[in-house]
Design a protein around this ligand. Sequence first.
Ligand SMILES: Cc1cc2nc3c(=O)[nH]c(=O)nc-3n(C[C@H](O)[C@H](O)[C@H](O)COP(=O)(O)OP(=O)(O)OC[C@H]3O[C@@H](n4cnc5c(N)ncnc54)[C@H](O)[C@@H]3O)c2cc1C
Length: 516
Amino acid sequence: MYRAAGACSKAPVGAHNLRSNQNRRKKQGWRMTKHAMVIAGGGPTGMMLAAELALANVDVAIVERRPDHVLVGSRAGGFHSRTIEVLDQRGVADRFLAEGQVAQAAMIGSTVLDMSDFPTRHPYALGIWQNQIERIMAAWVAELPVRIYYGSEVMGFAQDDTGVDVELSDGQSMRAQYLVGCDGGRSVIRRAAGIEFPGWDATRSNLIAEVEVTEEPPRGIRHDATGVHGIHRLEDGRTERVIVTEQQLGPSSEPTLRDLSDALIAVYGTDFGIHSPTWISRFTDMTRQAAAYRAGRVLLAGDSAHVHYPAGGQGLSLGVQDAVNLGWKLAQVVNGTSPESLLDTYQEERHPVAARALQHTMAQGVLQRPDDRIKALVDMVSELALMDEPRKRLAGIISGLDIHYDLGAGHPLLGRRMADLDLATTAGPLRVFTLLHDAKPVLLDLGEPGGFDIAPWAGRVQLIDAEYVGPWELPVLGAVSAPTAVLIRPDGYVAWVGEGTDTGLRDALTTWFGTP
Ligand SMILES: Cc1cc2nc3c(=O)[nH]c(=O)nc-3n(C[C@H](O)[C@H](O)[C@H](O)COP(=O)(O)OP(=O)(O)OC[C@H]3O[C@@H](n4cnc5c(N)ncnc54)[C@H](O)[C@@H]3O)c2cc1C
């Protein structure tokens, strides 16, 4: 059994201890709980992954430290276009859109990158607090066969050739085929797995809090040479959400109201009479990425695999999309239709995406500290960012709409997200995303009906005959030639493109959805 050093025990505990504990418990009539999949952590990433697995009929459990799904504090302020799309692929985007506010929120420096001309049904970001996001996600997950163990903490694990024993804080264990650490930036799973977390140490820290005030503060964002500061009134009309950059890098201990007062006085000359805090937290610009996303039967997703300064608001989106990339692959491996090697594509595809986001947030972090010299850079970047080509490229990165998984050479659609096209079928009009609601792959035949025989994959892959007469346009890249067929993975990325023949289709079906 390996525990994260410094988390709950001081050093790794030998596997023999696990066996002797198990023998003792067996004698006491204790039984180990079994699930095909165990997810450590029920934040946005863990919940999204559980939903993906449940949709694929995998017996999945989440172990969550909190007593329920309620998140203290508002935390992240929303997510970007591709994340709205992946939720739309599962038919639940409307639940989030109904509670949030759409806005042009992709930014570089202080320049907004208007992406309203992007070819997507959702050419915007969604402003919605993370505690609302988690409440909506928890309600969705509750509709699915997902078991959640609230108030329980994963302390460590031991893996062997057939599965993982997961040690819980109450002294019990769980047995699973795979364990995924969705347990945030301080991941116990990552440390217990011995996965390195290289990157950059923190250079600055921000306090974030929800408080009441006795003096009216100047609301809005302010930038200075220390960094970014902001005060916003929350919907209750009473609470102020305050973010302030500290003059010096703060300690790792829990921040106090006094710390917040000092930081506010240093920036605004007053603390506005802050009182009655419901939440005070500290975050930094530490930027790190797990060297490996998988160690045998243990995988990482979300903040456990990458942390960065929240400039640009990409963290939650990255985690949700990690989950959507990993979920169907794990399901196919657990259900026995695909070999374990399919899991290697998770790191191959998602590691570069997060690495690029980390680079972007570091650049963005610098641009948010405008002393005179950096201000000169901000002005130059802003001028460039308003030009069409740079605007599209940057907005493509931030929105996640330009993601390109390297699936080899071929048509530009290959490895890119499938757009939510309006199709005509014999059964009537149909949106592409509707076909993905159950997280099942689709072969979309846009040529003469009956052109493909995928009988060996029947039951695994949906074959849909449809017509589409509109343009084919990709975000950032622009117009591309119309394909005659596309094979769409459950995560919405194109695995094969037909251009008049079925060349390569069998190989693609085998690679992604197993041998017949
Ligand atoms: C101030 C701030 C603003 C931000 N703004 C944005 C934004 O606008 N947009 C954006 O996309 N991102 C933003 N982020 C980042 C975003 O909050 C994170 O990227 C996101 O929460 C990551 O989700 P996660 O599920 O991977 O991890 P987490 O949200 O950290 O969830 C991890 C879960 O695991 C549980 N857990 C931890 N350890 C254990 C254990 N051992 N056993 C069981 N359970 C455990 C925790 O209780 C938690 O519920 C912001 C972050 C901060 C701090």
